[in-house]
Design a protein around this ligand. Structure first.
Ligand code: GTP
Ligand code: MG
Length: 526
Protein backbone atom coordinates (compact mmCIF):
# COMPACT_ATOMS: atom_id res chain seq x y z
CA UNK A 1 0.00 0.00 0.00
CA UNK A 2 1.28 3.41 -0.88
CA UNK A 3 2.15 5.82 1.86
CA UNK A 4 3.15 9.24 0.69
CA UNK A 5 5.21 10.46 3.56
CA UNK A 6 4.97 13.99 4.75
CA UNK A 7 7.17 15.68 2.21
CA UNK A 8 10.42 17.10 3.45
CA UNK A 9 11.39 19.35 0.58
CA UNK A 10 8.59 21.88 0.65
CA UNK A 11 8.01 21.85 4.34
CA UNK A 12 10.12 24.97 4.95
CA UNK A 13 8.45 26.96 2.23
CA UNK A 14 6.03 29.74 2.97
CA UNK A 15 3.28 28.47 0.75
CA UNK A 16 0.12 28.93 2.74
CA UNK A 17 -1.68 30.34 -0.30
CA UNK A 18 -0.76 27.35 -2.47
CA UNK A 19 -3.28 24.63 -3.28
CA UNK A 20 -2.18 21.24 -2.07
CA UNK A 21 -3.56 17.78 -2.77
CA UNK A 22 -4.25 16.04 0.49
CA UNK A 23 -3.98 12.31 1.03
CA UNK A 24 -4.39 10.61 4.39
CA UNK A 25 -0.71 10.93 5.25
CA UNK A 26 0.55 13.88 3.28
CA UNK A 27 0.13 16.97 1.14
CA UNK A 28 1.29 17.15 -2.45
CA UNK A 29 1.88 20.30 -4.50
CA UNK A 30 1.58 19.82 -8.25
CA UNK A 31 4.76 20.88 -10.11
CA UNK A 32 2.98 23.41 -12.34
CA UNK A 33 1.35 25.02 -9.28
CA UNK A 34 4.70 25.17 -7.49
CA UNK A 35 6.42 26.84 -10.46
CA UNK A 36 3.55 29.30 -10.93
CA UNK A 37 3.56 30.13 -7.22
CA UNK A 38 7.31 30.77 -7.19
CA UNK A 39 7.13 32.89 -10.36
CA UNK A 40 4.38 35.11 -8.93
CA UNK A 41 6.35 35.44 -5.69
CA UNK A 42 9.38 36.59 -7.73
CA UNK A 43 7.24 39.12 -9.59
CA UNK A 44 6.18 40.66 -6.26
CA UNK A 45 9.74 40.92 -4.92
CA UNK A 46 12.55 43.50 -4.89
CA UNK A 47 16.13 43.07 -3.82
CA UNK A 48 17.48 46.13 -2.02
CA UNK A 49 21.10 46.46 -1.01
CA UNK A 50 21.39 48.10 2.41
CA UNK A 51 24.24 49.28 4.59
CA UNK A 52 23.72 46.78 7.39
CA UNK A 53 21.11 44.80 9.31
CA UNK A 54 20.34 48.02 11.17
CA UNK A 55 18.88 49.53 7.98
CA UNK A 56 16.03 46.98 7.85
CA UNK A 57 13.67 49.18 9.86
CA UNK A 58 14.32 52.22 7.68
CA UNK A 59 13.92 50.38 4.41
CA UNK A 60 10.77 48.66 5.66
CA UNK A 61 9.28 51.96 6.74
CA UNK A 62 10.18 53.67 3.46
CA UNK A 63 8.87 50.88 1.21
CA UNK A 64 5.67 50.45 3.26
CA UNK A 65 4.60 53.88 2.03
CA UNK A 66 4.22 52.46 -1.46
CA UNK A 67 2.78 49.01 -0.87
CA UNK A 68 1.91 46.37 1.67
CA UNK A 69 4.89 44.21 2.56
CA UNK A 70 4.23 40.50 3.00
CA UNK A 71 7.69 39.16 3.84
CA UNK A 72 11.05 40.77 4.42
CA UNK A 73 14.23 38.71 4.39
CA UNK A 74 17.43 40.25 5.59
CA UNK A 75 20.40 38.38 4.25
CA UNK A 76 24.09 39.04 4.29
CA UNK A 77 26.89 37.59 2.39
CA UNK A 78 29.75 36.77 4.73
CA UNK A 79 32.31 36.59 1.89
CA UNK A 80 31.54 39.86 0.10
CA UNK A 81 30.27 41.64 3.21
CA UNK A 82 27.17 42.89 1.44
CA UNK A 83 23.76 43.22 3.06
CA UNK A 84 20.35 42.94 1.46
CA UNK A 85 16.68 43.31 2.27
CA UNK A 86 14.73 40.98 -0.01
CA UNK A 87 11.15 42.22 0.15
CA UNK A 88 7.99 40.47 -1.03
CA UNK A 89 4.98 42.75 -1.47
CA UNK A 90 1.34 41.66 -1.37
CA UNK A 91 0.72 42.66 -5.01
CA UNK A 92 2.74 43.10 -8.16
CA UNK A 93 1.41 46.67 -8.62
CA UNK A 94 3.39 47.63 -5.51
CA UNK A 95 6.60 46.78 -7.37
CA UNK A 96 5.54 49.06 -10.23
CA UNK A 97 5.00 51.79 -7.68
CA UNK A 98 8.40 51.21 -6.05
CA UNK A 99 10.13 51.32 -9.44
CA UNK A 100 8.25 54.45 -10.44
CA UNK A 101 9.62 56.33 -7.42
CA UNK A 102 13.18 54.93 -7.69
CA UNK A 103 15.84 57.04 -9.32
CA UNK A 104 19.19 56.92 -11.12
CA UNK A 105 22.32 58.78 -10.11
CA UNK A 106 25.43 59.62 -12.17
CA UNK A 107 23.09 59.78 -15.16
CA UNK A 108 25.87 60.60 -17.65
CA UNK A 109 27.80 57.44 -16.86
CA UNK A 110 25.16 54.72 -16.84
CA UNK A 111 22.56 52.97 -18.97
CA UNK A 112 19.40 54.03 -17.12
CA UNK A 113 17.57 50.68 -16.98
CA UNK A 114 14.68 50.03 -14.64
CA UNK A 115 15.30 46.83 -12.73
CA UNK A 116 14.16 45.73 -9.30
CA UNK A 117 17.77 45.40 -8.14
CA UNK A 118 18.00 48.55 -6.02
CA UNK A 119 20.11 50.06 -3.28
CA UNK A 120 18.92 52.11 -0.36
CA UNK A 121 20.50 55.45 0.52
CA UNK A 122 19.62 57.16 3.72
CA UNK A 123 19.13 60.80 2.83
CA UNK A 124 18.14 62.12 6.24
CA UNK A 125 21.27 60.54 7.83
CA UNK A 126 19.47 59.69 11.06
CA UNK A 127 20.03 55.98 11.37
CA UNK A 128 17.29 54.08 13.07
CA UNK A 129 19.48 51.90 15.19
CA UNK A 130 16.86 49.52 16.43
CA UNK A 131 16.52 45.94 15.32
CA UNK A 132 13.61 45.01 13.10
CA UNK A 133 10.33 44.99 15.00
CA UNK A 134 7.39 45.21 12.60
CA UNK A 135 5.17 42.51 14.03
CA UNK A 136 2.71 42.20 11.13
CA UNK A 137 5.38 41.38 8.55
CA UNK A 138 7.05 37.97 8.31
CA UNK A 139 10.70 38.66 9.02
CA UNK A 140 13.55 36.28 8.48
CA UNK A 141 17.25 36.84 9.13
CA UNK A 142 19.57 34.73 7.08
CA UNK A 143 23.32 34.61 6.61
CA UNK A 144 24.40 33.22 3.32
CA UNK A 145 27.18 30.89 4.44
CA UNK A 146 28.09 27.83 2.43
CA UNK A 147 28.82 25.00 4.84
CA UNK A 148 32.37 23.69 4.53
CA UNK A 149 33.34 20.05 5.18
CA UNK A 150 34.44 20.97 8.72
CA UNK A 151 31.02 22.49 9.52
CA UNK A 152 29.22 19.38 8.29
CA UNK A 153 31.53 17.06 10.23
CA UNK A 154 30.72 19.06 13.38
CA UNK A 155 27.00 18.53 12.75
CA UNK A 156 27.36 14.81 12.02
CA UNK A 157 29.75 13.79 14.77
CA UNK A 158 27.22 14.02 17.61
CA UNK A 159 24.64 11.93 15.80
CA UNK A 160 24.65 8.28 16.70
CA UNK A 161 23.02 6.51 13.74
CA UNK A 162 23.85 6.65 10.04
CA UNK A 163 20.15 7.03 9.19
CA UNK A 164 19.91 10.15 11.32
CA UNK A 165 23.19 11.47 9.89
CA UNK A 166 21.78 11.10 6.37
CA UNK A 167 18.72 13.15 7.34
CA UNK A 168 20.85 15.79 9.06
CA UNK A 169 23.17 16.10 6.07
CA UNK A 170 20.13 16.64 3.87
CA UNK A 171 18.55 19.21 6.18
CA UNK A 172 21.82 21.13 6.62
CA UNK A 173 22.77 21.35 2.95
CA UNK A 174 19.53 21.48 0.95
CA UNK A 175 18.49 24.61 -0.90
CA UNK A 176 16.26 26.58 1.46
CA UNK A 177 13.30 28.89 0.89
CA UNK A 178 15.33 32.05 0.34
CA UNK A 179 17.68 30.16 -2.01
CA UNK A 180 14.71 29.17 -4.18
CA UNK A 181 13.19 32.67 -3.99
CA UNK A 182 16.46 34.29 -5.08
CA UNK A 183 16.76 31.86 -8.01
CA UNK A 184 13.23 32.56 -9.27
CA UNK A 185 13.85 36.25 -8.71
CA UNK A 186 17.05 36.13 -10.80
CA UNK A 187 15.13 34.36 -13.59
CA UNK A 188 12.38 36.98 -13.50
CA UNK A 189 14.91 39.84 -13.60
CA UNK A 190 16.17 38.66 -16.96
CA UNK A 191 12.66 37.93 -18.24
CA UNK A 192 11.54 41.42 -17.28
CA UNK A 193 14.49 43.04 -19.05
CA UNK A 194 13.36 41.53 -22.36
CA UNK A 195 9.61 42.18 -22.00
CA UNK A 196 9.76 45.34 -24.14
CA UNK A 197 11.15 43.41 -27.10
CA UNK A 198 9.49 40.04 -26.46
CA UNK A 199 6.29 40.41 -24.38
CA UNK A 200 5.77 36.63 -24.65
CA UNK A 201 9.12 35.66 -23.17
CA UNK A 202 9.26 33.33 -20.15
CA UNK A 203 12.47 32.34 -18.41
CA UNK A 204 11.85 29.21 -16.39
CA UNK A 205 14.17 27.69 -13.79
CA UNK A 206 14.68 23.93 -14.08
CA UNK A 207 17.19 21.34 -12.81
CA UNK A 208 18.07 21.16 -9.14
CA UNK A 209 16.44 24.52 -8.28
CA UNK A 210 13.03 22.94 -8.81
CA UNK A 211 13.48 19.16 -8.63
CA UNK A 212 14.30 19.20 -4.90
CA UNK A 213 17.78 17.71 -5.32
CA UNK A 214 19.56 21.09 -5.10
CA UNK A 215 22.20 22.04 -2.58
CA UNK A 216 22.45 25.53 -1.09
CA UNK A 217 24.98 26.71 -3.67
CA UNK A 218 23.66 24.79 -6.68
CA UNK A 219 23.73 26.45 -10.07
CA UNK A 220 20.62 27.94 -11.65
CA UNK A 221 19.53 26.27 -14.88
CA UNK A 222 17.28 28.51 -16.95
CA UNK A 223 15.29 27.83 -20.08
CA UNK A 224 14.07 30.67 -22.28
CA UNK A 225 10.68 30.14 -23.95
CA UNK A 226 8.47 32.17 -26.24
CA UNK A 227 5.00 31.44 -24.88
CA UNK A 228 2.13 30.87 -27.31
CA UNK A 229 -0.64 33.46 -27.60
CA UNK A 230 -3.63 32.95 -25.33
CA UNK A 231 -6.51 30.94 -26.84
CA UNK A 232 -8.80 34.03 -26.76
CA UNK A 233 -6.44 35.87 -29.12
CA UNK A 234 -6.40 33.06 -31.70
CA UNK A 235 -9.44 34.47 -33.53
CA UNK A 236 -8.19 38.04 -33.79
CA UNK A 237 -8.34 39.64 -37.24
CA UNK A 238 -5.12 41.50 -36.62
CA UNK A 239 -1.88 39.54 -36.88
CA UNK A 240 1.63 40.78 -36.04
CA UNK A 241 4.26 41.06 -38.76
CA UNK A 242 7.23 38.95 -37.60
CA UNK A 243 10.57 37.54 -38.72
CA UNK A 244 11.33 33.85 -39.30
CA UNK A 245 12.50 31.79 -36.32
CA UNK A 246 12.42 28.06 -35.60
CA UNK A 247 13.74 26.33 -32.52
CA UNK A 248 15.01 23.47 -34.69
CA UNK A 249 17.11 25.90 -36.77
CA UNK A 250 20.28 25.81 -34.70
CA UNK A 251 21.85 28.67 -36.59
CA UNK A 252 18.90 30.98 -35.79
CA UNK A 253 18.92 29.86 -32.15
CA UNK A 254 22.62 30.72 -31.93
CA UNK A 255 21.95 34.16 -33.48
CA UNK A 256 19.16 34.94 -31.01
CA UNK A 257 21.25 33.74 -28.08
CA UNK A 258 24.14 35.89 -29.27
CA UNK A 259 21.87 38.97 -29.11
CA UNK A 260 20.46 38.00 -25.74
CA UNK A 261 23.98 37.53 -24.32
CA UNK A 262 24.97 40.95 -25.68
CA UNK A 263 22.00 42.73 -24.09
CA UNK A 264 22.53 40.93 -20.81
CA UNK A 265 26.20 41.90 -20.81
CA UNK A 266 25.67 45.58 -21.54
CA UNK A 267 22.32 46.38 -19.93
CA UNK A 268 21.30 44.12 -17.07
CA UNK A 269 22.69 45.09 -13.64
CA UNK A 270 24.17 42.29 -11.57
CA UNK A 271 25.16 40.10 -14.51
CA UNK A 272 28.87 39.48 -15.06
CA UNK A 273 31.34 37.10 -16.60
CA UNK A 274 29.20 36.02 -19.55
CA UNK A 275 30.48 32.98 -21.46
CA UNK A 276 28.74 31.86 -24.64
CA UNK A 277 28.87 28.15 -25.40
CA UNK A 278 26.78 28.22 -28.54
CA UNK A 279 28.32 25.29 -30.45
CA UNK A 280 27.25 22.69 -27.84
CA UNK A 281 24.38 20.19 -28.52
CA UNK A 282 22.26 22.44 -26.31
CA UNK A 283 23.72 25.99 -26.75
CA UNK A 284 24.03 27.83 -23.44
CA UNK A 285 24.97 31.21 -22.02
CA UNK A 286 26.83 30.94 -18.71
CA UNK A 287 27.00 33.93 -16.38
CA UNK A 288 27.37 34.96 -12.75
CA UNK A 289 24.81 37.02 -10.90
CA UNK A 290 26.86 39.20 -8.55
CA UNK A 291 24.05 40.39 -6.23
CA UNK A 292 22.56 37.00 -5.56
CA UNK A 293 25.89 35.17 -6.04
CA UNK A 294 24.34 32.51 -8.25
CA UNK A 295 26.00 30.85 -11.24
CA UNK A 296 23.54 30.52 -14.11
CA UNK A 297 23.23 28.48 -17.32
CA UNK A 298 20.67 29.86 -19.77
CA UNK A 299 19.49 27.66 -22.65
CA UNK A 300 16.68 28.18 -25.12
CA UNK A 301 13.45 26.19 -25.23
CA UNK A 302 15.00 23.31 -23.34
CA UNK A 303 11.49 22.00 -22.72
CA UNK A 304 12.32 18.32 -22.33
CA UNK A 305 14.84 19.18 -19.56
CA UNK A 306 12.05 21.19 -17.90
CA UNK A 307 9.75 18.12 -17.92
CA UNK A 308 12.64 15.96 -16.77
CA UNK A 309 12.88 18.20 -13.71
CA UNK A 310 9.16 17.66 -13.16
CA UNK A 311 9.62 13.90 -13.26
CA UNK A 312 12.49 14.06 -10.78
CA UNK A 313 10.46 16.39 -8.54
CA UNK A 314 7.58 13.89 -8.55
CA UNK A 315 9.82 10.94 -7.72
CA UNK A 316 11.33 12.98 -4.87
CA UNK A 317 7.84 13.66 -3.49
CA UNK A 318 6.74 10.01 -3.61
CA UNK A 319 8.91 8.77 -0.76
CA UNK A 320 10.61 10.78 1.99
CA UNK A 321 13.83 8.74 1.72
CA UNK A 322 14.55 9.58 -1.93
CA UNK A 323 16.02 13.08 -1.49
CA UNK A 324 18.13 12.41 1.63
CA UNK A 325 19.66 9.37 -0.10
CA UNK A 326 20.41 11.33 -3.27
CA UNK A 327 22.10 14.10 -1.25
CA UNK A 328 24.26 11.52 0.52
CA UNK A 329 25.29 9.78 -2.69
CA UNK A 330 26.12 13.12 -4.33
CA UNK A 331 28.22 14.21 -1.31
CA UNK A 332 30.01 10.83 -1.26
CA UNK A 333 30.69 10.96 -5.04
CA UNK A 334 32.03 14.51 -4.81
CA UNK A 335 34.42 13.62 -2.02
CA UNK A 336 35.66 10.56 -3.95
CA UNK A 337 36.20 12.90 -6.96
CA UNK A 338 33.81 10.74 -8.97
CA UNK A 339 31.95 13.95 -9.89
CA UNK A 340 33.61 17.25 -10.69
CA UNK A 341 32.48 20.83 -11.21
CA UNK A 342 33.48 20.74 -14.88
CA UNK A 343 32.18 18.54 -17.68
CA UNK A 344 34.35 15.57 -18.71
CA UNK A 345 34.44 11.77 -19.02
CA UNK A 346 33.06 11.30 -15.49
CA UNK A 347 29.57 10.72 -14.11
CA UNK A 348 27.32 13.76 -13.49
CA UNK A 349 25.06 14.50 -10.54
CA UNK A 350 22.08 14.07 -12.87
CA UNK A 351 23.16 10.52 -13.84
CA UNK A 352 23.80 9.68 -10.17
CA UNK A 353 20.29 10.86 -9.28
CA UNK A 354 18.86 8.57 -11.96
CA UNK A 355 20.86 5.64 -10.51
CA UNK A 356 19.32 6.28 -7.09
CA UNK A 357 15.78 6.52 -8.51
CA UNK A 358 16.28 3.29 -10.45
CA UNK A 359 17.50 1.59 -7.25
CA UNK A 360 14.26 2.67 -5.51
CA UNK A 361 12.33 1.20 -8.44
CA UNK A 362 14.05 -2.16 -7.85
CA UNK A 363 12.64 -2.14 -4.30
CA UNK A 364 9.18 -1.25 -5.68
CA UNK A 365 9.29 1.95 -3.63
CA UNK A 366 9.05 4.04 -6.83
CA UNK A 367 6.99 3.08 -9.90
CA UNK A 368 8.41 2.68 -13.42
CA UNK A 369 7.79 5.57 -15.80
CA UNK A 370 5.80 3.20 -18.06
CA UNK A 371 3.23 2.89 -15.28
CA UNK A 372 3.00 6.67 -14.85
CA UNK A 373 2.51 6.95 -18.59
CA UNK A 374 -0.22 4.32 -18.72
CA UNK A 375 -2.16 6.17 -15.96
CA UNK A 376 -1.89 9.59 -17.68
CA UNK A 377 -5.06 11.45 -18.64
CA UNK A 378 -5.62 14.08 -21.31
CA UNK A 379 -4.41 16.93 -19.05
CA UNK A 380 -1.07 15.19 -18.75
CA UNK A 381 -0.25 15.10 -22.47
CA UNK A 382 2.97 16.96 -23.30
CA UNK A 383 4.72 16.58 -26.64
CA UNK A 384 7.99 18.42 -27.17
CA UNK A 385 9.20 19.34 -30.68
CA UNK A 386 6.43 17.00 -31.90
CA UNK A 387 8.48 13.86 -31.14
CA UNK A 388 9.59 13.77 -27.48
CA UNK A 389 6.74 12.30 -25.49
CA UNK A 390 6.76 13.82 -21.99
CA UNK A 391 3.31 12.50 -21.12
CA UNK A 392 2.94 10.94 -17.68
CA UNK A 393 0.54 11.10 -14.76
CA UNK A 394 1.25 14.43 -13.02
CA UNK A 395 -0.80 13.93 -9.86
CA UNK A 396 1.03 11.38 -7.72
CA UNK A 397 -1.95 11.01 -5.40
CA UNK A 398 -3.68 9.21 -8.31
CA UNK A 399 -1.07 6.44 -8.71
CA UNK A 400 -2.87 3.12 -8.19
CA UNK A 401 -2.33 2.16 -4.55
CA UNK A 402 -1.39 -1.45 -5.17
CA UNK A 403 1.61 -0.58 -7.31
CA UNK A 404 3.78 0.92 -4.60
CA UNK A 405 5.17 -0.93 -1.64
CA UNK A 406 6.52 0.88 1.33
CA UNK A 407 9.28 -1.27 2.62
CA UNK A 408 10.19 0.51 5.80
CA UNK A 409 13.90 0.01 5.32
CA UNK A 410 16.07 2.50 7.14
CA UNK A 411 18.15 5.04 5.24
CA UNK A 412 21.29 3.28 6.48
CA UNK A 413 20.15 -0.05 5.05
CA UNK A 414 19.14 1.59 1.79
CA UNK A 415 22.53 3.29 1.46
CA UNK A 416 24.39 0.02 2.05
CA UNK A 417 22.13 -1.84 -0.38
CA UNK A 418 22.60 0.90 -2.98
CA UNK A 419 26.37 0.43 -2.88
CA UNK A 420 25.99 -3.36 -2.89
CA UNK A 421 23.56 -3.29 -5.81
CA UNK A 422 25.69 -1.17 -8.13
CA UNK A 423 29.14 -2.48 -7.10
CA UNK A 424 28.14 -5.81 -8.61
CA UNK A 425 25.79 -4.54 -11.34
CA UNK A 426 26.50 -5.98 -14.78
CA UNK A 427 27.21 -2.71 -16.63
CA UNK A 428 28.95 -4.79 -19.36
CA UNK A 429 25.70 -6.06 -20.81
CA UNK A 430 22.90 -4.18 -19.01
CA UNK A 431 21.47 -0.68 -19.25
CA UNK A 432 19.47 1.25 -16.63
CA UNK A 433 15.89 1.91 -17.77
CA UNK A 434 13.68 4.04 -15.51
CA UNK A 435 10.95 3.66 -18.09
CA UNK A 436 10.76 -0.11 -17.60
CA UNK A 437 11.90 0.04 -13.97
CA UNK A 438 14.32 -2.84 -14.56
CA UNK A 439 17.64 -3.49 -16.31
CA UNK A 440 17.45 -3.98 -20.08
CA UNK A 441 19.99 -5.22 -22.63
CA UNK A 442 22.43 -2.49 -23.62
CA UNK A 443 21.44 -1.04 -27.01
CA UNK A 444 25.05 -0.11 -27.86
CA UNK A 445 28.56 -0.50 -26.55
CA UNK A 446 29.66 2.10 -24.00
CA UNK A 447 30.98 2.00 -20.44
CA UNK A 448 27.77 3.06 -18.69
CA UNK A 449 24.31 3.12 -20.24
CA UNK A 450 21.55 5.05 -18.45
CA UNK A 451 18.59 5.52 -20.82
CA UNK A 452 17.21 9.04 -20.84
CA UNK A 453 13.71 8.41 -19.42
CA UNK A 454 12.07 10.88 -21.82
CA UNK A 455 14.23 10.65 -24.94
CA UNK A 456 14.53 6.89 -24.91
CA UNK A 457 17.20 6.58 -27.58
CA UNK A 458 19.67 8.78 -25.70
CA UNK A 459 22.17 7.65 -23.10
CA UNK A 460 22.61 10.31 -20.41
CA UNK A 461 25.96 8.81 -19.32
CA UNK A 462 27.44 8.47 -22.79
CA UNK A 463 30.37 10.65 -21.74
CA UNK A 464 31.54 8.23 -19.00
CA UNK A 465 34.82 6.42 -19.87
CA UNK A 466 35.45 2.79 -18.88
CA UNK A 467 38.14 3.82 -16.32
CA UNK A 468 35.58 6.04 -14.59
CA UNK A 469 33.06 3.20 -14.51
CA UNK A 470 35.72 0.99 -12.87
CA UNK A 471 36.48 3.75 -10.37
CA UNK A 472 32.75 4.13 -9.50
CA UNK A 473 32.44 0.40 -8.76
CA UNK A 474 35.77 0.33 -6.87
CA UNK A 475 34.66 3.23 -4.65
CA UNK A 476 31.32 1.52 -4.07
CA UNK A 477 33.09 -1.62 -2.85
CA UNK A 478 35.16 0.55 -0.50
CA UNK A 479 31.93 2.17 0.71
CA UNK A 480 30.41 -1.24 1.49
CA UNK A 481 33.54 -2.21 3.44
CA UNK A 482 33.50 1.09 5.35
CA UNK A 483 29.84 0.70 6.29
CA UNK A 484 30.32 -2.91 7.40
CA UNK A 485 33.45 -2.17 9.47
CA UNK A 486 32.33 0.87 11.45
CA UNK A 487 33.76 -0.48 14.70
CA UNK A 488 37.29 -0.44 13.21
CA UNK A 489 36.78 3.20 12.22
CA UNK A 490 35.67 4.76 15.53
CA UNK A 491 31.99 4.42 14.55
CA UNK A 492 31.91 7.78 12.82
CA UNK A 493 29.34 6.61 10.25
CA UNK A 494 28.90 9.00 7.33
CA UNK A 495 32.02 10.94 8.36
CA UNK A 496 34.11 7.86 7.50
CA UNK A 497 32.21 7.28 4.30
CA UNK A 498 32.36 10.82 2.97
CA UNK A 499 35.07 12.85 4.66
CA UNK A 500 37.60 10.34 6.08
CA UNK A 501 37.47 8.16 3.02
CA UNK A 502 41.26 7.98 2.63
CA UNK A 503 41.74 6.84 6.24
CA UNK A 504 39.07 4.17 5.78
CA UNK A 505 40.74 2.91 2.61
CA UNK A 506 44.12 2.82 4.40
CA UNK A 507 42.68 0.76 7.28
CA UNK A 508 41.10 -1.57 4.74
CA UNK A 509 44.36 -1.89 2.84
CA UNK A 510 46.41 -2.58 6.01
CA UNK A 511 43.89 -5.16 7.09
CA UNK A 512 44.07 -6.95 3.76
CA UNK A 513 47.91 -7.07 4.07
CA UNK A 514 47.62 -8.48 7.62
CA UNK A 515 45.21 -11.14 6.44
CA UNK A 516 47.64 -12.03 3.66
CA UNK A 517 50.52 -12.27 6.19
CA UNK A 518 48.50 -14.50 8.53
CA UNK A 519 47.59 -16.67 5.60
CA UNK A 520 51.25 -16.94 4.51
CA UNK A 521 52.41 -17.68 8.10
CA UNK A 522 49.77 -20.38 8.45
CA UNK A 523 50.92 -21.88 5.17
CA UNK A 524 54.57 -21.87 6.32
CA UNK A 525 53.59 -23.75 9.53
CA UNK A 526 51.85 -26.32 7.41
P1 GTP B 1 23.27 20.17 -10.02
O1 GTP B 1 23.35 21.37 -10.92
O2 GTP B 1 24.52 19.37 -10.01
O3 GTP B 1 22.79 20.50 -8.65
O4 GTP B 1 22.14 19.17 -10.63
P2 GTP B 1 21.15 19.40 -11.87
O5 GTP B 1 20.11 18.32 -11.80
O6 GTP B 1 20.68 20.80 -11.90
O7 GTP B 1 22.09 19.08 -13.08
P3 GTP B 1 22.58 20.01 -14.27
O8 GTP B 1 22.70 21.43 -13.86
O9 GTP B 1 23.81 19.35 -14.81
O10 GTP B 1 21.43 19.83 -15.35
C1 GTP B 1 20.18 20.48 -15.24
C2 GTP B 1 19.09 19.61 -15.79
O11 GTP B 1 19.34 19.37 -17.17
C3 GTP B 1 18.98 18.22 -15.15
O12 GTP B 1 18.22 18.22 -13.97
C4 GTP B 1 18.31 17.46 -16.26
O13 GTP B 1 16.93 17.70 -16.27
C5 GTP B 1 18.93 18.06 -17.51
N1 GTP B 1 20.13 17.29 -17.91
C6 GTP B 1 21.35 17.32 -17.37
N2 GTP B 1 22.20 16.49 -17.98
C7 GTP B 1 21.50 15.92 -18.97
C8 GTP B 1 21.82 14.96 -19.98
O14 GTP B 1 22.92 14.42 -20.10
N3 GTP B 1 20.80 14.64 -20.83
C9 GTP B 1 19.59 15.20 -20.73
N4 GTP B 1 18.66 14.87 -21.58
N5 GTP B 1 19.24 16.09 -19.80
C10 GTP B 1 20.18 16.44 -18.93
MG1 MG C 1 21.95 22.47 -12.18
Amino acid sequence: MAIFHKYLYNINFLHTDLTTKETKESKYIMYDDLIEHRRLQAQRSVLIEIQSYRSCNDVHKYCSRYGKIKNIFYYSNSRLLRHFAFIEFEHQEHIDKILSISTHINYEQIIPVHSSNLWYRNLNKSINNTIFKESKTQFCKYTCKILQDGDIIKILKDISTISEQILSLYEATKLNDIGVRLRFYTAYQIERSFHGLFPNIAILPFGSTVNGFGKQNCDLDLSLHFEKEKIEKMNSNLVFHTKYFSITDKHRVQNVMEIIAGIMNICIPGIFNIRKILQARVPIIKFDHKLTEIECDLSMTNTSAYYMSELLYMYGEMDWRVRPLIFTIKAWAKNCSLTKDTAGPWITNFSLSLLVLFFFQQLKILPPLDLLQSCANTNDIRLVDSHIDCTFLRDITKIPQYTLETKEESLEKLLLNFFNYYSTFDFETKAISLRKGKPILKPEQCALYICNPLEINLNVSKNVKIEEKHRIQYEMRNAVWTMENQSKLKNLGLINLIFNRKEAVTVKFKESINIKKIFETDNSIV
